[in-house]
Design a protein around this ligand. Structure first.
Ligand SMILES: Cc1cc2nc3c(=O)[nH]c(=O)nc-3n(C[C@H](O)[C@H](O)[C@H](O)COP(=O)(O)OP(=O)(O)OC[C@H]3O[C@@H](n4cnc5c(N)ncnc54)[C@H](O)[C@@H]3O)c2cc1C
Length: 370
């Protein structure tokens, strides 16, 4: 395929990875991002081995490992601190051919944006087959448009008019603590309809989250809503070591399966195509896998619309599987029937849990020669 110009709407994880894929395939990519700078929210992000493998394929393996901490072992507890189950993440990583890593989002954005052309303060308000129109009326022409503009995507309106996000009814509070929880540790503690969790970050820091029904959080001071005294270690120490200005509060929105991801030379990618509940930690991973699949599709022979259709065909079933599984896991974790849920968790052998996770991770889009 001769070199083409791609307009990429959105400079989040999905958009930046897509731009890198487009550039690696020998095309020009311009990223349009509505926010005034590349600064992103300071939260932690878990990158499962499938995400790390896809970032490796995009040529980002070395810079990624330089900013990441490994996640070696996950522990699930009840709200009193009793262990329900644990997972050997090192073993999963060895079998998957890449480690599980934890990063701070701003550091990840920095390595993803390195060397790319990103126009900030460029909010897209309309899309057609020739490019996009910005909020100030400027037209930006392109041979193809990639809509990586997140859950509230403008591009999705062109591809799937009327597809609206669904409010999960839950809200997440997140923070980064100047507190060492032990290198390699990740944890969750499950209460009645509410959960906390976190992971060790590089530099003896850690991140944490709390999720509950939105009505429990709305209108309250976020740290008071979490309630440090109600949770086992390390949450109380993490909350005490978190500057309140670092605390983020987000309502959790998701998408149902979309009937199409492409229309001609316009394609959706990342949360714009498959926003899911965060409980499996796969939203960003699936956006990165999208970019990896886009790279493969653009390297194959054929026309532009055909390549975008091939990308969508390679990705839709798998991303939709993660949308379903994420909702299922969210229902289990946030259940109010704690007795049966905790018993199920305690009785499931680690080997079974590990096999389930490996099955989820194995269905990675095949690479030629892999
Ligand atoms: C609480 C929480 C925890 C999570 N934890 C994990 C995790 O541990 N691991 C994981 O893999 N995933 C996780 N996720 C999911 C992950 O954050 C998302 O799936 C991922 O960030 C999606 O990236 P994206 O680039 O597709 O969308 P976004 O990050 O939403 O980026 C979209 C970008 O487009 C820009 N934009 C929007 N509209 C326009 C427009 N009209 N014009 C120009 N620019 C526009 C936005 O400003 C934004 O920068 C979590 C999500 C949440 C809510």
């Amino acid at each position: 395929m001769r070199p083409r110009r791609f307009v990429i709407v959105g400079g989040g994880i999905g958009g930046l990875c897509a731009a890198r894929a487009v550039a690696l395939a020998g095309h020009e990519a311009v990223v349009l991002e509505r926010s005034p700078s590349g600064a992103t929210l300071g939260a932690g992000l878990l990158l499962w081995p499938n995400a790390v493998r896809a970032l490796d394929a995009l040529g980002l393996g070395a810079p990624l490992r330089a900013i990441a901490a490994p996640a070696r072992r996950g522990t699930f507890r009840d709200s009193t601190g009793r262990t329900l189950s644990s997972v050997d993440l090192d073993a999963i990583g060895s079998r998957a051919g890449a480690p599980m890593l934890v990063v701070e989002r701003p550091a990840l954005h920095e390595i993803l944006a390195e060397g790319l052309t990103v126009r900030y303060d460029a909010a897209v308000s309309a899309v057609d087959q020739q490019g996009v129109i910005l909020a100030d009326g400027e037209r930006v022409q392109g041979d193809a448009v990639i809509g990586a503009d997140g859950i509230g995507s403008v591009v999705r309106e062109h591809v799937c008019p009327g597809a609206r996000p669904i409010d999960s009814g839950h809200t997440v509070i997140r923070g980064i603590a100047a507190h060492d929880i032990g290198a390699g540790d990740t944890f969750e503690a499950w209460g009645r309809g509410e959960i906390v969790g976190g992971a060790a970050l590089p530099g003896a820091r850690s991140y944490w989250f709390y999720e509950a029904r939105s009505e429990h959080v709305d209108g309250r001071d976020p740290l008071a809503a979490v309630g440090a005294e109600r949770w086992p270690a390390p949450m109380p120490a993490q909350l005490a070591a978190t500057p309140p200005e670092n605390v983020l509060v987000n309502r959790i929105l998701r998408l149902g399966p979309l009937p199409a991801w492409t229309r001609g030379t316009v394609a959706l990618l990342g949360d714009a195509a498959h926003a899911m509940e965060p409980n499996l930690g796969q939203g960003a991973a699936q956006s990165i896998e999208d970019a990896d699949a886009l790279l493969l599709a653009l390297r194959a022979d054929g026309d532009l619309a055909g390549a975008l259709a091939a990308y969508a065909a390679a990705r839709r079933r798998r991303a939709q599987m993660f949308q379903r599984e994420s909702s299922r896991f969210a229902r289990l974790a946030l259940s109010t029937h704690t007795g049966p849920r905790n018993l199920t968790m305690r009785m499931t052998p680690e080997a079974v849990r590990r096999r389930v996770m490996e099955r989820l991770l194995r269905r990675h889009a095949p690479r030629p020669g892999a």
